[in-house]
Ligand binder design. Structure first.
Ligand SMILES: *[C@@H]1O[C@H](CO)[C@@H](O)[C@H](O)[C@H]1NC(C)=O
Ligand SMILES: *[C@@H]1O[C@H](CO)[C@@H](O)[C@H](O)[C@H]1NC(C)=O
Ligand SMILES: *[C@@H]1O[C@H](CO)[C@@H](O)[C@H](O)[C@H]1NC(C)=O
Ligand SMILES: *[C@@H]1O[C@H](CO)[C@@H](O)[C@H](O)[C@H]1NC(C)=O
Ligand SMILES: *[C@@H]1O[C@H](CO)[C@@H](O)[C@H](O)[C@H]1NC(C)=O
Length: 479
């Protein structure tokens, strides 16, 4: 009577429902369970309409009994205590060699605790980042599985078939041991924050300096999407700018409140960057921008105090921008955006590299860039070049030290400086651009202003300092 499912899935919200259909449509027998049984019934019905067979179970025990050994179950539920509760229940039925895969956006340290818990029962654990949203879950996403290598080999076939493909290459690879799958997904999301903010700032600059209307803006992004910036986020940006509002005569973008939410993975990236002392200022600027946006009342009040007008040139409204100048600025902006993208990825990947060394995860950054090529929100042609950069040198310390990227930055840096000047003149805030340039200037400078900081620390706190010309620690009686 047992159906002998290849794999089980727990948690039938949108992602779970879609992933189970994806797994079924790739020819695997999948059993599903959700605490609320009606959800399970719904899923089986929805699948039936697409001629897919999904086996629904009323209890976890039943699901567990119907899984082929070694049993494999994917959890797709809200990260946090609900996951612990489910794992505790699963462990009642699972035996040595069985496999639990958590596909949620989990804080990596929580996964590390669960790995230990499962180890006590010899149950194998995978913490897996999943990117691609609902459509990705249904038709192919990017999987970032880390943890037990044995377990990965057991589910490799399923993951490869259900992942997005770029050409014939599946967007999945074994990430590394422990909680590395969560960590890589977290960095992916942090990088996504940076990309989104850089694009939003580009939009804002063209809108307020070049005075482009939405149609024109959409055309620019569409054109950019055909070049080096070809990516999902640029694509949706031009589509957003084309969209008419259904309720008024306006374009939809102009009717949307300028306050952005966040679910927490960007914040985690920042916390990690601060905790480990590996700065990611582009991502930080993106996160700060979202938080600043939330103070709508305060923004309104202060703008009347300071008479702030975005796009206005203070004390001088005579700046005219004709078509030729506009075209130049547009081109500089494209270069600047690309330049910042390289700088932002450099920061995120540097954090990943340092943590990988510390935790002995042995991450292959080139492979990670490769599996971000499809399915993910940050998917972009640009990622191929990152993969190649690490193929040339797997120990590459900073991404932009790769010769090709280095040359590009050298060529595009004047554009970035120009864009920051223009934005400053026209009172257009572009914090992610500015933070990227500042980071670049600092990390590539032999001399920084921090000699003054160290002198101040020694002055008021006897923290001592080192000298350029002699070894040892020095302290000065300053007064
Ligand atoms: C089951 O479905 C409900 C309702 O959609 C959801 O809140 C819950 O988290 C799901 N997952 C589990 C494991 O029961
Ligand atoms: C399901 O199968 C039936 C009968 O073969 C067919 O008529 C129908 O179009 C199929 N539906 C889908 C969504 O493929
Ligand atoms: C600021 O950002 C954090 C992290 O993303 C978020 O949890 C918080 O709700 C935000 N605060 C405000 C006031 O929007
Ligand atoms: C106003 O802008 C023009 C053009 O950029 C510049 O030549 C001029 O000096 C500015 N005037 C003031 C008062 O800043
Ligand atoms: C645009 O303005 C620049 C600078 O003022 C000027 O040199 C150029 O001739 C102008 N081009 C057109 C097409 O008006």
């Amino acid at each position: 009577m047992s159906e002998e499912c290849d794999i089980g899935l727990i948690g039938l919200a949108v992602m779970g429902q879609n992933l189970s259909m994806n797994i079924a449509s790739n020819g695997f027998k999948i059993g599903v369970f959700n605490r609320t049984y009606s959800k399970t019934v719904d899923t089986v019905e929805i699948a039936k309409k697409e001629n897919l067979t999904i086996y629904g179970y009323k209890t976890l025990e039943e699901l567990s009994k119907n899984l082929k050994k070694p049993r494999k179950v994917i959890l797709l539920i809200k990260a946090g205590p609900a996951v612990d509760e489910n794992i505790n229940n699963i462990l009642k039925y699972f035996e040595k060699g069985d496999i639990i895969i958590d596909g949620g956006n989990e804080w990596y340290l929580s996964s590390e605790k669960r790995i230990e818990l499962c180890k006590e029962k010899n149950v194998e654990y995978i913490a897996m980042g999943v990117s691609g949203g609902e459509l990705g879950a249904r038709y192919g996403c990017s999987f970032m599985p880390g943890g037990s290598k044995y377990a990965y080999d057991c589910i490799k076939d399923i993951l490869e078939k259900c992942s997005a493909k770029v050409g014939t290459s599946p967007c999945v690879t074994y990430i590394g041991s422990g909680s590395s799958g969560n960590y890589v997904k977290m960095i992916h999301n942090g990088i996504e924050y940076g990309d989104m903010q850089l694009i939003a700032e580009s939009y804002f600059l063209m809108k307020h300096v070049l005075k482009y209307n939405n149609k024109k803006l959409s055309e620019v992004f569409k054109k950019w999407n055909e070049g080096i910036l070809n990516s999902y986020l640029i694509e949706i940006t031009y589509k957003i700018l084309e969209k008419k509002d259904g309720l008024t005569e306006n374009d939809l973008i102009d009717m949307i409140v300028d306050i952005a939410g966040a679910k927490g993975t960007g914040k985690w990236t920042m916390l990690e960057s601060v905790e480990r002392g590996i700065p990611c200022p582009t991502i930080c600027a993106a996160l700060d921008a979202r938080n600043i946006s939330s103070f709508m009342d305060l923004r309104t009040k202060t703008s009347s105090v300071f008479k702030t007008v975005i796009g206005a040139v203070p004390d001088n409204n005579t700046v005219t921008i004709n078509d030729t100048i506009a075209k130049d600025i547009e081109n500089d902006l494209l270069n600047a955006l690309y330049c910042c993208k390289i700088i932002s990825y450099t920061q995120g990947l540097f954090l990943l590299k340092k943590v990988s060394e510390e935790k002995k995860w042995n991450l292959n950054l080139g492979e990670i860039a490769r599996i971000w090529r499809g399915g993910c929100i940050i998917r972009a042609v640009f990622l191929d070049r990152i993969t190649n950069a690490y193929k040339n040198n797997k120990d590459l310390e900073l991404l932009f030290l790769n010769e090709e990227f280095a040359n590009e930055i050298k060529n595009k840096l004047p554009s970035l400086r120009k864009i920051i000047n223009i934005a400053t003149t026209h009172s257009v805030p572009i914090p992610a651009f500015s933070a990227s340039l500042a980071y670049f200037q600092m990390i590539t400078s032999k001399r920084l202003c921090l000699n003054m900081i160290q002198a101040q620390r020694d002055f008021f706190g006897s923290h001592t300092y080192k000298r350029l010309d002699k070894e040892g620690d020095y302290h000065t009686i300053w007064e």
